[in-house]
Write a protein that binds this ligand. Structure first.
Ligand SMILES: [Zn+2]
Length: 409
């Protein structure tokens, strides 16, 4: 087996280069005509564009509906009715839970996602059954995707009396403590947040809260989260997901809250919803808040029929929403859906996606097929992927001369 993999003729942010990969890391970014050594394995990318591998900051793998039968949905009048409806509909596809989760994971990988934060439903009715499945999948997919699991009391931590189950989930290996609307769902902001932060502290876990509550209630809830985070010494360990309400209040208030969030290193995950208000990403980013993009919905589910597993598509939606049609702002979207910059350097993990596009803005606009998805130097998905054979997989991938040469769009 080759000790070093050379990928020649890669387009990295407009520059042709050769990547040298050893033991999962980039060890050299060389000239496009870098001469290989005898022991090197070489693959020529013939100008494919490198994008940093994607991270989906908020996704559910236990909520997908099958795509081979239509599950009818009807309008609901409240969030609680929605919770009830979802439970009933999901119970009907219980036997296919693993198959549907695997399908979602494969679709995410094929679109370039190699890191994901997965929220897992837990309540007294389903107990820890979903978590058991997700822990199993996390292990099965460990060589292809880094998965974090959030113990998520979808029906409300206090409202559904899920605390003992969540405690058990954290003991079993969930990575984060989840929650939902301490005011709107649990009807007791202080007690709900106190319980969340106490459990997180007890098990040394991070926190990620679903916040759908509107306007000033959302602002107040985040202020309280900031207080609890500071009190518990959890700076940098707390995420607020959605926070739709921040799109409904005065921008001065959001900027002020944003600087407090930045001070406590509280980050925000948004799925760029089009059917509700959304947090003002440019303003929060300018205030120093770390933003991450998320799919949340990956296909048909009880909340929307319009989900999609491709995080790049969410990035494009964000750019469309803010009418970012210049190179600089289009390219800026990538910082919110990956860990790396558009350029990898020696010492970085070899986690990247290769696409047929001219540059990052082109990729955002065209959403080209992901030709290869690479994690720790090994191809793990993509249209050229030949299956799981570790580092040697490179040898089986055809040269570009064998493919159609047009750009996808
Ligand atoms: Zn969610």
């Amino acid at each position: 087996m080759a000790e070093r993999q050379l990928i020649q003729q890669i387009n990295m942010n407009g520059r042709a280069c050769t990547l040298v990969i050893e033991k999962g890391c980039i060890t050299e970014v060389g000239a496009p005509d870098l001469i290989p050594e005898a022991r090197d394995s070489v693959w020529n990318a013939h100008g494919l564009l490198l994008l940093p591998a994607f991270r989906d900051a908020h996704v559910h793998l236990d909520k997908a509906f099958p795509s081979d039968r239509w599950i009818s949905r009807t309008p609901v009048s409240s969030l609680f009715e929605q919770f009830k409806l979802e439970k009933e509909l999901l119970a009907g596809c219980k036997d296919r839970r693993k198959e549907l989760a695997v399908k979602t994971l494969e679709a995410m990988l094929a679109s370039g996602t190699t890191e994901a934060r997965v929220h897992v439903d837990i309540d007294p009715d389903i107990g820890l059954s979903h978590l058991e499945l997700m822990l199993q999948l996390k292990e099965e997919y460990a060589s292809r995707m880094t998965i974090e699991l959030v113990a998520f009391p979808q029906q409300g931590l206090l409202r559904s009396q899920s605390t003992p189950y969540i405690r058990e989930a954290l003991r079993m290996g969930a990575d984060l403590m989840g929650g939902v609307d301490p005011a709107g769902v649990d009807r007791h902001i202080e007690l709900s947040l106190e319980t969340m932060f106490e459990l997180a502290t007890e098990f040394d876990k991070r926190v990620d809260l679903h916040l759908h509550d509107p306007g000033h209630l959302a602002v107040y809830t985040i202020e309280k989260m900031l207080d609890y985070s500071a009190e518990a010494g959890m700076k940098g360990k707390v995420t607020v997901s959605h926070a739709y309400g921040l799109g409904e209040v005065d921008s001065g208030l959001v900027a002020e809250l944003g600087s407090r969030m930045a001070g406590e290193a509280m980050d925000l995950a948004t799925s760029v919803p089009f059917d509700t208000a959304m947090p003002p990403v440019p303003l929060l980013a300018a205030s120093g808040v770390k933003i991450s993009l998320a799919t949340d919905h990956t296909g048909l589910d009880a909340w929307t029929p319009y989900g999609h597993p491709d995080i790049l598509r969410r990035g494009r939606l964000l750019a469309e929403k803010y009418i970012w049609n210049d190179d600089l702002r289009m390219a800026s979207v990538f910082q919110w859906m990956s860990r790396g910059s558009l350029e990898l350097k020696a010492g970085d993990a070899a986690d990247f996606v290769l696409v047929k596009a001219l540059n990052a803005p082109h990729a955002l606009a065209a959403l080209p097929r992901r030709q290869l998805v690479i994690r720790e130097g090994i191809p793990v998905a993509g249209s050229l992927w030949q299956g799981n054979s570790g580092f040697a997989a490179w040898r089986n991938i055809p040269e570009r001369s064998e493919w159609a040469d047009e750009y996808d769009r």
